[in-house]
Design a protein around this ligand. Structure first.
Ligand SMILES: Nc1ncnc2c1ncn2[C@@H]1O[C@H](COP(=O)(O)OP(=O)(O)OP(=O)(O)O)[C@@H](O)[C@H]1O
Ligand SMILES: [Mg+2]
Length: 280
């Protein structure tokens, strides 16, 4: 059997409190396994530690105990610089495409940077193909990141994450800042890219509707501990843990794809009612 893409064993993260000796334990003994081409979602209330787990994988949160393996290689203790080299296979997409892209750089410069650092041959050709893959117009490379809408910027961020053909992308609320139809399109793009490349996603979201649509499995996090994990349908339709049931009650599961489709149909019938042709 091939190694899983990601293995997290007994992860503990704690932050030092300013001026105090006690540490604040944020992640307490989390185990995760993720195979190629798979999407595992982390859900849980605000403050439950979802982003902290993603940050620990990326070397951005203090791991106190436990191991993190990427494709069988232990990356837990790599310095940030060495991790960048060893873990090119691990990339991230964050919620806010406005702060994560330098607005003064052209899209081509943003995308070509990691390719040149890694001496990827025909970097320009690769940038063109990346733009096409994420559905951006072919002249997008020459424009500044600031010229694009939120959804398009998220496409640029996805292209940048894909540039080095990663094995795993940590997606931390990647559609939370987008309107519902843009959300649906970005989710469809992520799935499509996964089908084509076999990339795995650790998908972090507070939105169970989005999670239902994208995940193969769900892990439910409460106060830094996983209380339930299972296939998507099972967790959403037959939750085993009372915390999961509370979470589902607190956030009714709406499906952004179905919602976008309903909206499109309403729009189309409103236009038809006015006797106009539907364009687009
Ligand atoms: N740099 C830090 N220093 C101290 N405490 C932190 C730091 N980052 C996060 N925390 C704490 O860790 C806990 C988990 O935070 P985290 O951001 O992982 O939650 P989350 O589940 O992603 O929440 P949200 O849904 O709001 O994004 C919170 O109590 C938070 O206050
Ligand atoms: Mg978070």
């Amino acid at each position: 059997m091939a190694d899983p893409v990601l293995e997290v064993d007994d992860l503990h993260v704690s932050y030092r409190r300013r001026g105090r000796s006690a540490e604040k334990r944020v992640i307490r003994g989390v185990d995760l396994v993720l195979d190629a081409g798979e999407t595992l979602s982390l859900v849980g209330e605000s403050g439950s530690g979802k982003s902290t787990i993603g940050r620990a994988l990326l070397g951005l949160a203090p791991v106190r105990e436990g191991r993190i393996r990427l494709d069988g290689a232990d990356i837990t203790d790599l310095s940030r610089r060495r991790r960048r080299v060893a873990a090119a296979g691990l990339q991230a997409i964050f919620q806010d495409p406005y702060s994560s892209l330098n607005p003064a750089m052209t899209v081509e410069d943003i995308l070509i940077e990691p390719l040149i650092v890694r001496r990827v041959p025909d970097a320009r050709g690769r940038v063109r193909r990346l733009l096409e893959e994420v559905g951006l117009p072919s002249d997008a490379g020459r424009r500044l990141a600031s010229e694009f809408s939120g959804g398009q910027r998220q496409r640029i961020a996805i292209a940048r994450a894909l540039a080095l053909e990663p094995r795993l992308i940590v997606c931390d609320e990647p559609t939370s800042a987008l309107d519902v139809s843009t959300q649906a399109r970005i989710l469809a793009l992520l799935r499509d890219l996964q089908d084509r490349t076999g990339v795995a996603y650790l998908f972090i979201s507070h939105d169970l509707g989005v999670v239902r649509h994208i995940s193969d499995r769900i892990a439910v996090l409460k106060d830094g501990t996983i209380v339930e994990t299972g296939p998507t349908r099972q967790v959403i339709e037959a939750p085993a843990h009372p915390y999961t049931r509370r979470l589902l009650l607190a956030t009714p599961v709406t499906d952004p794809v179905a919602q976008a489709e309903r909206r499109r149909q309403r729009h189309a019938s409103a236009i038809a009612a006015r006797g106009l042709d539907v364009i687009g």
